[in-house]
Design a protein around this ligand. Structure first.
Ligand SMILES: Cc1cc2nc3c(=O)[nH]c(=O)nc-3n(C[C@H](O)[C@H](O)[C@H](O)COP(=O)(O)O)c2cc1C
Length: 412
């Protein structure tokens, strides 16, 4: 081939060839290939031992509610308005009088260090950077005080289950108050534990048992195993030494709930909580209009429309399907939070258009932590913010106040 032809080919190749600079940081390299929550989930599935992934990802029984929590968002379509000057967008809001950069709350999840040794500390720092509330679970693996130290300025909520040992619950709430937590979720959908069949099948215990299966699983997930073995043992950090099962003896989660949770919890107990907590209370696990009305009647400030991410009662109604009917009944008497199934910024806009004041989510950040540690959670929160802004711009709204019922319609 003549040399001028080769030179021409080289010039043409140079004009189109683009080489990204090599990313030396392995986590950032991984995140560069991520485009969605589904991608984070796929990476978490690859990196985490199967039992750990299934504990996070799984739902109750046939997992129908787990599926519909998300897929019900696709029953809504947008009615976008155009030519509205969307050059300036504002995603900020206030939740219980405290500013938030967007209407998103990180929901409480138990045993968060199972995905990454930093656990709740990584999550709370990422939430603080993003300017949104982070919720610490009673079943958390970092203590109230550790979380407060990692996130002294940001908004923090504490979640309680009511145990038979009421004194201990009161103690925890008082510690949370002293540490500057601003709201309490009272989870009301866990009288007994839902049957999570992936966990049953894998014999999942808390903490995880180190049997031959775990060892094999660990060997084929070396990054997780290395991180797990180098860190101090995982415990229920807030109640170490206070329960028979403080994290040092492996038992199933179902057995823990059966032994410790108070199945007699009732509406009268809201007054009991009120007697030592004067901040906002959000009932987490409201699933009917009747209970939403009763929640307002007993004076709680927040209604968490939630089925525990499809982990409790399978075939429970989806949070998104409840927003509108609940909002019509309760109006502005309570802050309505749609918890479950949120995977994109567009889901947030849909929930708000139906009348929710904010949304909360669990698996997306837990899986992000498993996929890429703290930078994974940062990535997720930026992804949600961008998605929220993009949907607002494409829908023709500039602020959350402009998101109205007219922005969405149920598909025919
Ligand atoms: C692994 C895992 C652990 C959870 N632990 C708790 C918990 O300790 N307390 C609680 O109230 N909810 C818990 N939840 C439920 C979440 O707070 C939230 O309701 C749910 O994850 C929302 O659904 P999503 O995962 O589709 O976002 C947990 C959820 C997951 C996935």
């Amino acid at each position: 081939m003549p040399s001028n032809a080769i030179a021409q080919m080289w010039r043409t190749f140079r004009s189109v060839a683009q080489f990204d600079s090599f990313e030396w940081n392995a986590t950032q390299r991984r995140l560069k290939r991520v485009a969605s929550v589904d991608d984070l989930r796929r990476i978490a599935k690859r990196r985490l031992p199967a039992g750990v992934f299934d504990y996070i990802d799984g739902g109750a029984e046939d997992e129908r509610t787990l599926g519909t929590n998300s897929s019900d968002f696709s029953k809504l379509e947008f009615r976008p308005r155009v030519l509205r000057d969307v050059s300036q967008l504002d995603t900020s809001t206030t939740i219980f009088g405290r500013p938030a950069s967007m209407p998103v709350i990180l929901a409480p999840t138990g045993f968060t260090r199972i995905a990454h040794s930093q656990g709740e500390l990584a999550v709370t720092r990422a939430a603080a950077r993003a300017g949104i509330p982070h919720s610490l679970s009673t079943m958390g693996t970092r203590s109230i005080e550790e979380v407060a130290e990692a996130n002294p300025e940001g908004e923090k909520w504490f979640q309680i289950y009511t145990w038979k040992d009421r004194g201990l619950v009161q103690e925890l709430v008082e510690r949370a108050k002293a540490a500057g937590f601003g709201a309490v979720w009272l989870t009301v959908d866990t009288a007994v534990l839902g049957r999570r069949e992936r966990d049953v099948r894998r014999g999942m215990t808390l903490p995880p048992k180190l049997g031959p299966k775990t060892l094999v699983d660990g060997a084929i997930h070396p990054a997780w195993t290395w991180d797990f073995l180098r860190a101090e043992p995982i415990t229920f950090a807030n109640i170490v030494g206070r329960h028979d099962e403080d994290g040092s003896t492996a038992i199933s989660l179902a057995d823990h709930v059966k032994r410790q949770f108070d199945q007699a919890l009732s509406w009268d107990d809201i007054d009991w909580l009120r007697s030592f907590w004067d901040g906002p209370i959000v009932l987490k696990g409201i699933q009917t209009v009747e209970d939403a009305k009763q929640a307002v009647a007993v004076g709680v400030e927040g209604i968490g429309l939630s089925n525990h991410g499809g982990r409790q009662l399978d075939d429970a109604p989806t949070p998104v399907s409840l927003i509108e009917v609940v909002k019509q009944e309760v109006g502005d008497q309570a802050t309505v939070i749609c918890d479950g199934g949120i995977r994109r910024g567009s889901d947030i806009v849909k929930a708000l258009a139906l009348g929710a004041d904010a949304v909360s989510l669990g698996r997306p950040y837990f899986l992000a932590l498993g996929a890429a540690g703290e930078p994974g959670v940062d990535w997720l929160l930026e992804f949600l913010r961008e998605g929220l802004e993009r949907t607002m711009a494409l829908g023709g709204v500039r602020s959350l106040d402009e998101i109205s019922r007219e922005l969405v319609a149920w598909r025919r």
